[in-house]
Design a protein around this ligand. Structure first.
Ligand SMILES: [Mg+2]
Length: 369
């Protein structure tokens, strides 16, 4: 049995090495909530809320997450005795949605349990891979600048490149990239920039033989995605549409996608991410790990998750230096020959740099049992 004695929240802000542009929002200063959970034996686990400052990706923001954590989620779990991280996940499920806020604290509990057992988080959840394939997301830019960025990434060893598209910037830009690098695994993420009115436009992308097109339609267009997938030969991958196991089940039943991206924050925690992973495996749906412009803490969780055997497609798993001058973990995440090593130390397997976290913290709160 584990008793939570203390929870610390750190609202942090870090500048991205390069502002990240999608059709909806440009992120330059990345706010996060880092969550530290300490048990009665003095072990600590870390988690991260990956909501953005504005609600462009999902409806959550850093401030809504702060509110949910401080008013509801922390009070729900701080007095309890817990047998497993799943029990904590179930206790939080009495509250509706707010997946990223829930995930932030649930992740910290997983890290804590793995540390109590002195095993790596990867091993704790049944991971088998010693290293996972890296992938990179390239910010929207002029075709020339994107090509030069992609060239640098290929030299660094990345074998899977993802670009953001919208109806003003799709076929031509993708064609330029495909012509320059015909063998690269290229995927296009639309972040819901299209509707079924754009079917012809999307159909036109089939000739480019993309690895997949990610989230072309709106998050709640699960039926429309099924219609679209019937028309497209390019596999549709769902991201924003899948925030729960229930969503994943519906998408598979309807044929709304051929691939799924799993992000621990988006689906409300690691337990839910593993449930969705298992469901996809049962239905032969390949999965990969998404990224959230997150710090090394959330990335460490995604590295552990991606060590499960059915993560067959390289995820948005990139080096810390692609995002940050300095990461909050030691050592930082590095990519070698297109791979990231899965750490073997207890829990997330990285040391959390609390001195640095104090420096980037804008607001702090501590809760005692
Ligand atoms: Mg996406």
């Amino acid at each position: 049995m584990m008793k939570i004695k203390k929870v610390d929240l750190f609202l942090t802000s870090m500048k991205l090495v390069q502002p990240f542009r999608t059709h909806q929002e440009t992120v330059a200063d990345r706010q996060s909530i880092l969550v530290k959970v300490t048990d009665d034996e003095g072990h600590s686990g870390w988690g991260e809320v990956v909501a953005f400052s504005s609600p462009w990706y999902t409806e959550e923001t850093i401030e809504t997450a702060w509110h949910m954590l401080t008013e509801f989620f922390i009070p729900t779990i701080i007095q309890g005795e817990w047998k497993s991280p799943r029990e904590v996940n179930e206790a939080l499920s009495r509250w509706k949605r707010n997946q990223m806020a829930k995930a932030g604290i649930e992740m910290a509990v997983w890290d804590l349990f793995a540390k109590r057992d002195s095993v790596s988080l990867a091993e704790y959840i049944g991971g088998v891979r010693k290293e996972v394939k890296a992938g990179i997301v390239v910010s929207m830019d002029s075709p020339e600048r994107m090509l030069s960025t992609i060239e640098s990434r290929i030299i660094e060893g990345y074998e899977r490149i993802k670009v953001k598209i919208d109806p003003t910037n799709d076929y031509e830009m993708l064609k330029v990239i495909k012509d320059a690098y015909p063998d690269i695994a290229l995927l296009a993420d639309a972040n819901s920039a299209y509707s079924l009115k754009d079917v012809e436009r999307l159909k036109n992308l089939d000739s480019l033989k993309l690895l997949m097109i990610e989230q072309p339609l709106a998050a709640d267009d699960i039926v429309e995605h099924a219609e679209l997938q019937k028309i497209l030969s390019t596999p549709v991958c769902l991201d924003e549409s899948i925030v729960s196991l229930h969503d994943a089940r519906n998408a598979i039943k309807l044929g709304s996608c051929k691939v799924m991206s799993i992000k621990i924050g988006r689906v409300g925690g690691l337990a839910n991410a593993i449930d969705i992973y298992n469901l996809c495996e049962e239905h032969d749906i390949p999965v990969w790990c998404g990224g959230m412009l997150e710090t090394g803490i959330s990335r460490a969780f995604h590295i552990a998750l991606a060590s499960l055997p059915n993560f067959t497609i390289p995820g948005d798993l990139s080096a810390s230096s692609r995002y940050w001058e300095q990461d909050v973990i030691i050592p930082e995440v590095v990519v070698e020959h297109g791979n990231v090593k899965v750490p073997e130390g207890p829990g997330i397997g990285f040391k959390v740099d609390e001195t640095f976290i104090e420096q980037i913290t804008k607001r702090k709160a501590t809760f005692h049992a």
